[in-house]
Design a protein around this ligand. Structure first.
Ligand code: BTN
Length: 277
């Protein structure tokens, strides 16, 4: 996790009615999330804004969302293309207890899949660590991704910003992104209520986060295994420092690392991403 704090100086706007209404209905299930919900029509990155706010000391649950991001960030330094009217771009400030940090990104991936399935009925799955896609294999492409970035106080994790990007509607994407990404509506062939997805994601993140914070790491890992069944048992490859590792994904361990059986024995992949082969 790393902290980036480029900010635009733009002012918050009004939360759109579809999101505001759904969040109000879900309020009893949101805990402290979306308190407040700060909405921008256009911002470089909701993660950057939430990180900057976290560093000023805002309480857990502070949530930043936007209609459009001009500099949305993905994992591994990639750009998260964030056109208006096409997706959900949302970042949540958490102040997790130390024992909840390691599995937080896996829990967030499960939560996003939980929420998409609740709202749309679609079979939502996760690919290690937390890419979300629809259907038994990610052949159709990714519909949501999570970027968790943290800030330290000494050696202690002071805050983690969980940034969630969800492609709800089909959008004109650059060709390299279009090859890897799709949208919920594009896959289902029907409209999906963006506000309901937004509110349900907040409710699901809160539920999985509380589960972790209360010490039920095994429950979160089991939920990940159920959603990640398509990853397990498959041949994968990943880039180590100076070579490409290959093997069969078997499980996730207690730290959230992917357990891979290779010709040279069992390897734990704890960072980066894996490719399906
Ligand atoms: C990934 O690469 O899979 C993670 C994508 C995370 C994108 C979201 S959109 C909201 C938040 N703000 C950002 O700049 N990135 C995250």
């Amino acid at each position: 996790m790393s902290a980036r704090t480029d900010r635009s100086g733009t002012q918050p706007g009004v939360v759109p009615a579809d999101v505001a209404d759904a969040v109000a209905r879900a309020r009893p299930r949101l805990g402290t999330l979306a308190t407040p919900l700060v909405w921008y029509d256009d911002i470089p990155s909701t993660n950057s804004e939430a990180l900057a706010m976290a560093e000023t000391g805002v309480a857990e649950g502070w949530t930043v969302a936007a209609e459009r991001q001009s500099a949305g960030r993905g994992r591994h330094g990639r750009v998260w293309v964030s056109p208006p009217g096409a997706g959900i771009y949302l970042s949540i400030v958490l102040r997790p207890p130390a024992h909840a940090v390691a599995l937080l990104t896996l829990a967030a991936g499960v939560a996003v899949a939980d929420a998409i399935e609740t709202v749309s009925g679609a079979d939502a799955r996760v690919k290690w660590p937390n890419d979300v896609y629809l259907g038994p294999t990610p052949a159709t492409g990714k519909i949501a991704g999570i970027l968790a970035e943290g800030g330290l106080s000494g050696t202690r994790v002071d805050h983690v910003v969980v940034g969630i990007g969800i492609n709800v509607q089909a959008a004109a994407l650059p060709p390299d992104v279009a090859r890897r990404a799709t949208s919920i509506e594009g896959e289902l062939g029907r409209q999906v209520d963006r506000g309901a997805v937004f509110a349900e994601v907040c409710a699901a993140v809160w539920r999985r986060y509380r589960q972790l914070a209360e010490g039920d790491r095994a429950g979160v890992l089991d939920a990940w295994r159920a959603r990640g069944a398509g990853t397990l048992g498959r041949r994968v490859e990943w880039d180590d420092a100076n070579r490409t590792g290959r093997g069969v994904a078997k499980d996730v361990d207690a730290s959230g690392a992917l357990v891979v059986e290779t010709n040279d024995g069992v390897r734990m992949v704890s960072s980066g991403e894996v490719r399906w082969t």
